[in-house]
Structures are given as structure tokens and as C-alpha cells.
Design a protein around this ligand. Structure first.
Ligand code: GRG
Length: 303
């Protein structure tokens, strides 16, 4: 039904085609899981759908599907969990863009949620996405112990030792000299935690062994950090047309970033090293090629 290594008319799909196909599957399911616009309160549901269905890369949900496949399961086993992870990601983007945090106007090539719907509805749309994510995960069919474990992984990734903790230290560090430990603290939590959780949850729901689950979690941690380093580099070198969001903002806000601390070249080198290290962790697994390609894509991407 859903196969990331499917062949079309005897032809192997390219990496980009597989990524696009998996992202399409996620988008389709998200469309079903998100409340319809004609359901009251319509404005709230419009805002949730506006942000969550906007054209993002869907890296986290695709990783979740791939991790399930990597341990030998069909990706459909992890599809709703993958959507739950994307809902959390979209929630974090909406709140990150708010005037009280980064005050950004552009996201995924469109006006940010609060610009489009107003601050109050944007905050509430984020809150509702958060609730829907856990409702969606709680309803996943399969081994109840695996579902409960997945929920714990996701709550930990979001909480004060995850996204929220990383974001807090990021905000409080603006304009201050930050050491390397603090920078890694921010990056591994603000971005790495959810990427790593996506891979770990896929492995858990796919019925992986403890060793496989650990390796996929560590793979996710490494590409999560690499992804954020690449994000820091793109904030310096990319254009807002290419990225669909503001550029140069990190420097303006005197944010703690890899290029600020290590320079652009050393940052690129570190991101590539992490991608190589992550690839070693998935050697011999199903989907090794695709997982390795995702690791490279995380650091070589242009948006
Ligand atoms: C409680 C979930 C929660 C959040 C509140 C605001 C906040 C705390 C955290 C912000 C975390 C954040 C937005 C980190 C940035 C991570 C990052 C690199 C985002 C961009 O990810 P991409 O490039 O985006 O995958 P697309 O649009 O492609 O999905």
C-alpha cells in the first residue's frame, strides 16, 4: 500500500521521488486527521489546516515511516504516529513565529499563522494541534505498550528537556556570548529532540529490537543536530525565496549559532561528519540507502 522503495513500471524511483511520494502520503493522511474547515470553530480549524498542510519538507514524518521500515515493518504501521509528529512540529513553528518569540512574518513561503489569522487564533491553533497530536498517537492500533512508549518518547521530546527547553535557552541566550556546550544544548533539544523522536517512534511501532530502537534514536540525534547546523548555515547563506522564511535573522537577533561560534566552513564540515556518523548507525538495516540519503539531504539541502 505504502512503499518507499516502490518501483514504477520497472523503474527505480529516485531519492527525491521517494521522498515526495512519502510526503504526499503523509499530507493525505494529515488532511483526513485535521478537523474540517466547516466544523465549528471554523476559523480555528482553518488556521490548523493552513499551517499544518502548508508545503513543508515533511522530514520528520518521513523519517518515522522509514524507521518502521528499517526494522522490517510496513510503513503504514507508523503513518498516524508520523502525522502526530508533524502536528507537533507545526505547533512549534506557529508558536516560534509569534511576536513574543521570533516575530516572523514568513513561513513555508506564506504569511505566518498569526499574520494570517491574528495572534489569538494562532496561539489556539498551536494548542489544538498539540492536543490533536497526542489524541492521534493514543489511537494508533497495535501493541498498547508500544503506543504508550511512543507517547512517552514524544512528550519527552516536546517538554522542558526537549523542544521547550531548547527554545527557552535559545531565547534567553540572545545577545549573549554562548559557549559550545550551551549551543549543543540548544540545538539538540530545539531541533534534534523531535527528529530523533520521529525515528525512535517509527522503530518502536515497527516492533524493532532494543538495539534497533537505540540505533535509530541515535541516528535521529545525529541528523537532528546536523539539520540544525545546516539551518544555521542557510540562515546566513540562503535567500528567503529559496527557504520560504526570513534569512539573516539569526545574526540580527544575535542568536547562538554554529557559524557564529565556529565559522561557516567548520560548520559545514561538522554537519557532514554527523551525517556520516549517522549513516554508520543504520548499516545493514532495511532502508539503509534511503536513511543514508536522508542524512546527506539534511545537510546538503537548499531549503
Ligand atoms: C511545545 C512544541 C512546543 C513548542 C514550543 C516555540 C517552541 C517551543 C519551539 C520552537 C522549536 C523550533 C521551531 C525549532 C526550529 C527547528 C527547525 C529547524 C524548524 C524548521 O524545520 P524544517 O526545515 O521546516 O523541517 P519545514 O517547513 O520544512 O517543515
Amino acid at each position: 500500500m505504502l512503499n518507499l522503495v516502490e518501483r514504477a513500471a520497472g523503474e527505480t524511483l529516485t531519492f527525491e521521488e521517494r521522498l515526495a511520494k512519502a510526503a504526499q502520503t503523509v499530507d493525505h493522511r494529515l488532511g483526513e486527521l485535521l478537523p474540517p474547515v466547516d466544523l465549528r470553530p471554523s476559523e480555528l480549524h482553518s488556521a490548523m489546516r493552513y499551517s499544518c498542510l502548508a508545503p513543508g519538507k515533511r522530514l520528520r514524518p518521513v523519517l518515522c515511516l522509514l524507521a518502521a521500515q528499517a526494522v522490517g515493518a510496513l510503513p503504514i504501521r507508523a503513518l498516524d504516529a508520523a502525522c502526530a509528529v508533524e502536528m507537533i512540529h507545526c505547533f512549534s513553528l506557529i508558536h516560534d513565529d509569534l511576536p513574543a518569540i521570533d516575530n516572523d512574518d514568513l513561513r513555508r513561503g506564506r504569511p505566518t499563522c498569526h499574520v494570517q489569522f491574528g495572534e489569538a487564533v494562532a496561539i489556539l491553533a498551536g494548542d489544538a494541534l498539540f492536543a490533536l497530536a497526542f489524541d492521534t498517537l493514543a489511537r494508533v492500533e497495535g501493541d498498547p505498550a508500544a503506543v504508550l512508549r511512543s507517547m512517552r518518547v514524544l512528550t519527552h521530546a516536546v517538554g522542558s528537556d526537549g523542544l521547550v527547553g531548547g527554545e527557552t535557552v535559545d531565547i534567553l541566550s540572545e545577545g549573549k556570548a554562548v559557549d559550545r556546550d550551551t549551543l549543543d544544548y540548544i540545538h539538540t533539544r530545539k531541533t534534534g529532540a523531535l527528529i530523533s523522536a520521529a525515528a525512535e517512534i517509527g522503530a518502536i511501532l515497527g516492533g524493532g529490537t532494543e538495539v534497533q530502537i537505540r540505533k535509530l534514536r541515535e541516528y535521529g540525534e545525529k541528523i537532528g543536530l546536523a539539520f540544525q547546523i545546516a539551518d544555521d548555515v542557510l540562515n546566513e547563506t540562503g535567500t528567503s525565496e529559496q527557504l520560504g522564511k526570513a534569512v539573516g535573522s539569526d545574526r540580527e537577533r544575535q542568536k547562538a549559532t554554529y557559524p557564529a561560534l565556529y565559522g561557516l566552513e567548520a560548520s559545514r564540515v561538522r554537519a557532514l561528519e554527523l551525517a556520516d556518523e549517522s549513516a554508520k548507525l543504520v548499516e545493514g538495516m532495511h532502508q539503509e540507502q534511503m536513511l543514508t540519503a536522508i542524512a546527506r539531504y539534511s545537510v546538503e539541502r537548499l531549503n
